[in-house]
Design a protein around this ligand. Sequence first.
Ligand code: HPA
Length: 263
Amino acid sequence: MSSVEEAIEYLTSKYNFSQKVGIILGSGLDVFNQSILFSIDYREIPNMPLSTVPGHRGRLDVVRVEDTSVIIMRGRYHLYEGYSSKDVVFPIEVLKGLGVDILAITNASGGINEAYVPGDIMLIKDHINLTGENPLVGGPNFVDMKNAYSHRLREQLKEIGKEVGIELKEGVYVGVKGPTYETPAEIRFFRTIGGDAVGMSTVLEVIKARSLGIEVVGISSITNVHKDELSSVTHEEVLEMGKKISKKLEILLKEWIRRGIRR
Ligand code: HPA
């Protein structure tokens, strides 16, 4: 049995999973804290990568949203923490094994599009993977990455955004390894190659999800904007803004789930 199969076997033997929708929460983002049906600490899940970072908490929650229950992964693995790309995508494989076929991947990112302001929410329409890693090395090869960020799901969210009065930007996410924030020259480069926001997660998880046939929507909270050479970024600012954006994000996701999402 593979390490992922073992994790899934453990989870499905002990808990009852019937959820088709999963949500991965990014740094500082916190939604659906009410109506938790049950929670599983990542440490309980066999073969889940161990946290190397003090204070890192990981938890899988099954929450009830209106008439649907969804799986929320609170806490993800980043390359900059020293995890391998295989570790980073382990939660995606677990979600797939539990039956998830629609996944909302959220993150915090820095705006590089000059029209963005901190607090914006950007639907990811595409990505540029500059991490230097790919979780599919060793197979499967040649996975199609057109429509990796589902056009169908983006249209649903845009419609909801309009109706509930939450403006949604739509742009290209540049995925980097970190852990440093970007130099001014890097920001200019990312802008030149067509990036709208930059962050240190998501791209590997989306690649893995697509290889497993999961339909993905990517939602980026713009916690800071790289405006000029002197606009510095701090982690505190990112977390603080993440909290504020969580309120909007929850309204959006709740309505999306309430309407049923399904094909
Ligand atoms: N750069 C990279 N990752 C980030 C940023 C940023 O400016 N803000 C939040 N995550």
